[in-house]
Design a protein around this ligand. Sequence first.
Ligand code: RM4
Ligand code: MN
Ligand code: MN
Length: 424
Amino acid sequence: MRISQQTIDLHNEKLFSSHKRKFDFIAAEIPHVESIIQKLIAFNVAIPSWALGTGGTRFGRFPGGGEPRSLEEKIDDVGLLHALNQSSGAISLHIPWDIPHDYQSILQHAASLGIRFDAVNSNTFQDQSDQQFSYKFGSLQHVDKHVRKQAIAHNKEVINHGIELGSKALTVWLSDGSSFPGQLNFRKAFQHTLESLQEIYSALPADWKIFVEYKAFEPNFYSMTVGDWGQSLLYANKLGPKAFSLVDLGHHLPNANIEQIVALLLMEGKLAGFHFNDSKYGDDDLTVGSIKPYQLFLIFNELVEGMDARGLNHATDLGWMIDASHNVKDPLEDLLQSVEAIMLAYAQALMVDRKKLNHAQASNDVVSAQELLQDTFRTDLRSVVAEARIRAGGALDPIRFYREHGIRQSLINERGANNKATGL
Ligand code: RM4
Ligand code: MN
Ligand code: MN
């Protein structure tokens, strides 16, 4: 199913006067509101192909119906999101969960919905039925070079799929590590992983990047071979200028200061970008902004400051992706909420008065610095985000539109109630 511009316009007309009151009020308070709106319009967040179906835990999974049955239908779902919010114009594919067969028709299909292909992801954390060697004891780190070779070949294959689709980056997340003391020689595991990554790196086209994603624990519970930003940065530095560290918000030990990590990776020119999600305990993969919205704002505050200091283009120079799982919500509603939370945090960060903050910092005025950030965070910018969205052609209230138009029910009618999308 597709959403017509006409139905979006009708929806917007109905809600416009109430929106305008809120927007005019806040716009009068922000002198550079127009430039914030332009930046919001340019900003897009890629949707993960592996999270368009219902997620689950190791205890169970409760599908909601109408899940996409093919890569084409996943692209359709991203098309629906993008039509509603005009900020989800990209999809990030996970191979082999989503192997593209007919590149031309997939490219055409995606283009007709305004969707491009973001980073491609490899998977050496699961065994596939047709593979020769098992990843039970790791992939790029493995003690047996045959296993490493197989994992390297898989990554090269993923790059090749990405080249056909116009992707410009490979994201490598490894579950490699150990679950018990003594199981691994840490130095050898690191060196094997580095050598394997070097071989993958050498297969990258000139204009590609490789994103090295770290994670503190799970599925290995004693050590992870790319366990934190320090290790990821070591690999990225040793690999070369096309290698960067990817921050997944759920991949840190509790209470880590992620905004500081972000600031320093940016300073080193080694920040790849993000897998956005939120969490209370571990890699919970919850809706972005649902648990720690202030942290999200502080991260964006560092991002805007650091990107501007390096003269980066906010919209295109880093990778912006969601990596979440939807266990109890409709995945599409959940993704709309996540994108909205990201846009809001970005808008707030754009609003921060940098001059005043610099001044407060330079004069050790701790109170003013805190007041300034909290004052910004407590300013309701939802109508500014909505204004950007409608100017770009999206819906004033995407979730309301989605519900009023019975989109999930149409998807169930079209695709059935019991199919299971590939992915998490
Ligand atoms: C991992 C990690 C990766 C994602 C897999 C599915 O925890 O976040 O980015 O590809 O999950
Ligand atoms: Mn991730
Ligand atoms: Mn994760």
